[in-house]
Design a binder for this molecule. Structure first.
Ligand SMILES: Nc1ncnc2c1ncn2[C@@H]1O[C@H](COP(=O)(O)OP(=O)(O)OP(=O)(O)O)[C@@H](O)[C@H]1O
Ligand SMILES: [Mg+2]
Length: 341
């Protein structure tokens, strides 16, 4: 890895250390300059200099965590090959920045640095992707095409149990994919996830339930790929080539500008044939039911509910057609009543 690649990696994985390295460069230059001035003043032929100490490194930040433990952090930068120990005694350790001219030049182009780091491996799409999903052949084909290009965003919108989450969970198998649920975005926050994971594919389930601050991040990510965070008065920014695949029950109430950034597909309610196919498949695949019984459950469920989850529930407690009939009778008797309440 050359110095530029090393710095790009450091920037993407540990941007705090880039800030420290920058301060080290400044300390390095100050020390060098002082040595030159001393040499001139006393007429020495050569300016000799031991290197800077951790107390010479001035961090222009109010980030307390960053400023403390500096000797340890300089040690880590040394282990990473960015600093070398130029002098060591019982009372002090002196450092110099390795290839300081080059490092400074690269750091000065920080903007570029911030925008360029993107892993570029080609995405392998497994043959069995979406095999767990019945129907939707056209959507499966579209998503596979979208996966081959950068930054193509798709929103699946539809009623409960229309396989939206199933689509996202299938996509979650792909390398570089990150799944997040709107009603429970991780405590770390979407922003941190994007900085740390730099996902190639962001799976935003229940996007209609994302917090406003996360919607703002998604808007920028979807449009330009830029993710920006201001913390302790310090700004960091990256540009990602992430494609977003999202799901929602309702688009009502979602910002228009967010919708406009997606290819939105509205999944219609299942026809009887589609329902029976989907329910039979999931009962066989997940509940390991006998195919004939699975088909029977799917067909009978359709008479009382259009929800695949109801068919799954029936399959969990019924082992014979007779038990299915009784359960359907019970549902007929009580679901009507529950609707009235
Ligand atoms: N076409 C389908 N193929 C296979 N399984 C299906 C299909 N449609 C629904 N299911 C099954 O129905 C259940 C619910 O599906 P899923 O969680 O994907 O729904 P959803 O659209 O995300 O619903 P919600 O809006 O409530 O979140 C799952 O167990 C899933 O396996
Ligand atoms: Mg869902």
């Amino acid at each position: 890895m050359n110095m530029e690649e090393k710095l790009l990696k450091l920037h993407s994985e540990n941007p705090d250390y880039v800030v420290i390295l920058q301060a080290c460069c400044a300390a390095h230059r100050r020390g060098q300059q002082e040595a030159v001035e001393v040499a001139e003043r006393y007429g020495y032929a050569e300016a000799s200099w031991l290197g800077f100490r951790h107390t010479d490194v001035k961090l222009d930040t109010d980030d307390f965590k960053l400023a403390t433990g500096l000797p340890k952090r300089l040690n880590i930068l040394t282990n990473m090959g960015f600093l070398e120990i130029s002098f060591k005694s019982n009372s002090s350790t002196n450092y110099k920045v390795v290839a300081v001219d080059e490092v400074e030049k690269i750091l000065q182009e920080r903007e570029r640095l911030q925008h360029e780091y993107q892993p570029t491996e080609r995405l392998e799409i497994p043959d069995d992707l979406f095999n767990t999903i019945a129907g939707y052949d056209d959507i499966k084909a579209l998503i596979k095409r979208a996966l081959k290009v950068e930054r193509f965003h798709i929103l699946l919108c539809g009623s409960p149990a229309s396989a939206k989450t199933l689509f996202l969970l299938e996509l979650a198998r792909l390398p570089g994919a990150f799944y997040c649920l709107g009603s429970a975005t991780s405590k770390a926050g979407l922003c941190q996830v994007l900085f740390e994971q730099q996902p190639k594919i962001l799976l935003a389930d229940e996007i209609d339930k994302f917090q406003t601050k996360d919607i703002a991040i998604l808007l920028s990510l979807a449009e330009t790929g830029i993710v920006r965070e201001v913390k302790f008065g310090k700004q960091r920014e990256i540009q990602l080539k992430t494609s977003i695949f999202a799901a929602a029950n309702k688009i009502h109430g979602m910002p228009k500008e967010l919708l406009s950034r997606f290819r939105a597909l509205f999944l219609p309610e299942y026809s009887e044939e589609e329902f029976v196919e989907a329910a039979t498949k999931v009962i066989i695949d997940k509940e390991k039911a006998d195919p004939e019984l699975a088909l029977y459950i799917a067909q009978r469920t359709w008479q009382v509910s259009k929800d695949v989850r109801e068919a799954i529930r029936i399959s969990k407690i019924c082992e014979t057609k007779r038990e299915v009939d009784l359960d359907i009778q019970l549902l007929k008797r009580y679901t009507e009543r529950s609707r009235l309440i």
